[in-house]
Design a protein around this ligand. Structure first.
Ligand SMILES: [Zn+2]
Length: 136
């Protein structure tokens, strides 16, 4: 098993109604990646789908993928233009995110929780994950 030092939260920056399959299709069929860019996807109803095994490296944050687990929730932008960063997490997504991060922290106690924005000049995931999950 590779060493996991970071749990990094993302948003899809798209339609909050997107399914896990939509994201897989986008990454593999449109972007032609060899595998999906995130390990876990959380839909608007709080369903968590694992897209790739934890031991495989995903494509979440350039330069930080080797020791990270990338988690994404559907949404994170206004739902009219999909351009304005906005915390669109539903109550179910908030519950699921917290539960998933808690589980992953118990599996990887040395891993710290971040948002994509902590590594890049981006809004992703449209909220301050580091602060919100400081208690996990
Ligand atoms: Zn991101």
């Amino acid at each position: 098993m590779r060493t996991i030092n970071k749990l990094i939260v993302h948003c899809t920056a798209g339609n909050m109604n997107n399914s896990a399959q939509d994201i897989v299709n986008y990454h593999m069929k449109v972007l032609k990646w060899s595998r999906p860019g995130y390990h876990f996807f959380i839909d608007k109803d709080g369903n968590v789908t694992q897209l790739i095994p934890i031991d495989r490296i995903s494509n979440g944050v350039k330069g930080h993928n080797a020791d990270s687990i990338n988690i994404v929730y559907a949404g994170g932008v206004d739902q009219e233009t999909y351009k304005i960063p906005m915390d669109t997490r539903t109550p179910a997504q908030k519950v699921a995110l917290r539960k998933l991060l808690t589980n992953l922290r118990s599996q990887f106690p040395r891993a710290k929780i971040y948002g994509h924005r902590d590594f890049a000049n981006k809004s992703c995931p449209s909220f301050d994950a580091k602060t919100e999950y400081a208690d996990i």
